[in-house]
Structure formats: structure tokens, C-alpha cells
Design a protein around this ligand. Structure first.
Ligand SMILES: *Cc1c(COP(=O)(O)O)cnc(C)c1O
Length: 360
């Protein structure tokens, strides 16, 4: 007895955890700065942490009211109907739910290269096939309708990330509309807004109201600092509510996760501090890193360093963990998440030392 043939499946390689690295290197976790997973450097919303504590004794019962309340609150924020919100245990799972609801075996999807590894992974394990559209470094990873449409051939799902991980580039709302317009009626455009809080560009949620072929994906992992809770959602056309009911794992989002999400949505101060600091950190990295960087709409900056694996390794030895972008298809780049001000300054100082050594 064996699992099915999974040999063409990409394996998702997440950035390593701080304890893991500390253990391997014989370092104290408190001396490490982890800027490799685009997490919130201020931690979770304190209000969310309180909510988790306050509801800890409620975990004996299935999450029902909290799920309904969180769905309603998110819908209200977006000015959409409750049925349009597909609440999911993580942004990744929102991608899974859309794949489950849309991909028939053998249908093809179109993903960005470089890009987020979970799109092809999710599509493949839902029996889809994967093609790529190229975002060119020589064009600063620009995302235009042409970038996508030149590779488009009737795909069932087209994935767009804006701000894009790991490059930070964006696709304007007008351009997404064009992509949706120019693709077949039966092509779904999944617009991944994991980093939307960190840009001043408008959300594509309005497009969902306008059209029936766009879904927007969101996560609580980045701006809200709830990566460890696993919470996300998709905003979808009202007509797909039955599809959600048909593919949803009952009670997939836990009681404590729902409570944390409800509280985090009310913590404007935490989000504001997070976003302001990320914007500062992006600028600081652009100005002070002795390497090429790209404009970023996210809470991270892509940096060209030559041998990413060697540079990330050397930085890690000095206690600064950054993301080697080889697995994204950019073996010459690292991605540095925006830290607090002290963390970001330390990361830049360390990276500049490492880069000087490497070039010497
Ligand atoms: C972080 C991220 C997500 C979702 O992350 P989850 O932790 O699974 O919610 C989705 N898309 C992109 C591009 C991301 O970087």
C-alpha cells in the first residue's frame, strides 16, 4: 500500500523557526533576530492574546457562535454579505478551499514565477496541473496584464499576488480587472492580498462585488501577528456560498482562533504600529543596504546578494535569520522581513558586514 504518486509535487519549505536555528547553532534564541517569515515583529495583538486566555475554558465545545460572529465582522468590514466570507484555518487553506471548489482533475492553473510555493502545491494535490507566468527581474518583476496573459491558455485558475511575495511588486486594480476581463468566463482570478495592509493600493474586494470571477484571499498571519493561530479567509461572490458549505471542513477554525481574530480586528493601534514600522523599515533597508533592493509594497524587501545561500548562512551565524530565496527560483536573492527599528538596524549592519566579507 502506498500513497498516490506525489513525485511532481513541490514541497513547501518554510523559513526555519528561531528555536531550531538556535539549537543548531548553539546560540541563545533571545540573541537571534528572525526576519525570514514576514511575521509581525511586535508579536500578536495584545487584545488577541487576552481573548485567547479569556476563552481558554471554552474549548470543550465546537466553535459555532464565534465562527458566525467573526464571519459577520469581517463581512461588515468589507461591506459584503456574510455568505461571501469563506472563513478558513489560514490563508493557505483559503487557497485550498478555492482549489477544492474549482479544479476538476487535470485542469490547469497559472501561477507566478518567482512566486508563493503554496499555489502549485495546493493545485497539484487537488489534482490540477500547473503552468507558470514569468515575472522578469530585468523588468523589476513588473506585473502587467501582459505578464499574465502572455502565458494564459484557458486556465481554470490564475493566481495573482499583490503585493507580491517575495519581490514586493504590485498589480494595480485596473490591471487585475483587465486580466479578469481578458480571461475566459470560467477562469477564476485568485487575488492574494496577504500583504494588503502594508501598501496604500486599494483592495480588490470591490472587484468581487463587480464580477463573478474574482476571489480575494486574506490572512491574519502578517499585519495581525496571528501566524501561529492559523486564520484566513476568502472574499467570494455570493453565489458560491453553497460551494463553501460543500468543501468546508466543519469547525476547521478553532474557538480560540475565532476569538483571537475578533479581538485583533478591533486592535487598530497594533495594526497601525505594525504598518508604520514596516514602512519605515522598507525605506531604511532601501537606503542603507549595500546591495540592490526592489521597491516593496509588503513587510519585506528583496535584496540581490549574489550567493543567497552563502549570505543567509553567514548572517545566521551572526544571529540574523533571513530568507534565502532559492526555493522561490531566485538563488541570488534574499528576502528580509521588516523588523522593529532595532532589529532592522541590526539586520542591515550584519548584512552589510557579510556582503563586504563575501566580496573581499
Ligand atoms: C503568508 C502568505 C499567505 C498566507 O499565509 P497563512 O499563514 O497560511 O495564512 C498567503 N499568500 C502569501 C503570498 C503569503 O505570503
Amino acid at each position: 500500500m502506498e500513497p498516490r504518486d506525489l513525485s511532481d509535487h513541490t514541497v513547501y519549505r518554510a523559513g526555519r523557526g528561531i528555536e531550531e536555528v538556535a539549537r543548531d547553532r548553539g546560540l541563545d534564541p533571545d540573541d537571534l533576530v528572525k526576519l525570514s517569515s514576514n511575521e509581525n515583529p511586535f508579536g500578536a495583538s495584545p487584545k488577541a492574546v487576552d481573548a485567547v486566555r479569556d476563552h481558554a475554558d471554552r474549548v470543550y465545545s465546537y466553535p459555532k457562535t464565534s465562527h458566525t460572529d467573526l464571519t459577520a465582522k469581517i463581512a461588515d468590514r468589507h461591506g459584503v454579505d456574510d455568505e461571501q466570507i469563506w472563513l478558513t484555518p489560514s490563508g493557505d487553506t483559503a487557497l485550498d478551499y478555492l482549489a477544492r471548489a474549482f479544479i476538476d482533475p487535470g485542469q490547469r492553473v497559472l501561477v507566478p514565477k518567482p512566486g508563493f510555493a503554496y499555489y502549485p502545491m495546493s493545485a497539484r494535490y487537488h489534482h490540477g496541473e500547473v503552468d507558470e507566468y514569468r515575472m522578469e527581474k530585468s523588468e523589476n518583476f513588473a506585473q502587467t496584464p501582459e505578464t499574465v496573459l502572455s502565458a494564459y491558455d484557458g486556465h481554470r485558475i490564475v493566481y495573482v499576488t499583490s503585493p507580491h511575495n517575495p519581490t514586493g511588486s504590485e498589480m494595480s486594480l485596473e490591471d487585475v480587472r483587465t486580466v479578469a476581463e481578458e480571461t475566459d468566463e470560467q477562469t477564476l482570478v485568485v487575488y492574494d492580498e496577504a500583504y494588503i495592509h502594508f501598501t496604500d493600493s486599494p483592495s480588490a474586494v470591490d472587484l468581487v462585488a463587480e464580477r463573478d470571477d474574482v476571489a480575494v484571499v486574506r490572512t491574519f498571519s502578517k499585519a495581525y501577528g496571528l501566524a501561529g493561530m492559523r486564520l484566513g479567509y476568502a472574499v467570494t461572490p455570493t453565489e458560491w456560498a453553497d460551494a463553501y458549505a460543500s468543501v468546508n471542513t466543519p469547525f476547521g477554525v478553532t474557538e480560540l482562533t475565532c476569538r483571537a481574530g475578533l479581538a485583533a480586528l478591533d486592535d487598530d493601534d497594533h495594526v497601525e504600529q505594525t504598518v508604520e514600522t514596516a514602512k519605515w523599515a522598507r525605506e531604511y533597508m532601501h537606503e542603507t543596504l549595500d546591495a540592490k533592493t526592489w521597491e516593496s509594497g509588503g513587510n519585506f524587501v528583496l535584496v540581490e546578494v549574489g550567493d543567497a545561500s552563502a549570505v543567509a548562512d553567514a548572517a545566521q551565524r551572526q544571529g540574523v535569520i533571513v530568507r534565502d530565496c532559492s526555493s522561490f527560483g531566485l538563488p541570488e536573492c534574499i528576502r528580509i522581513s521588516c523588523g522593529t527599528k532595532p532589529q532592522t538596524r541590526r539586520a542591515v549592519e550584519t548584512l552589510n558586514e557579510v556582503l563586504a566579507e563575501v566580496s573581499a
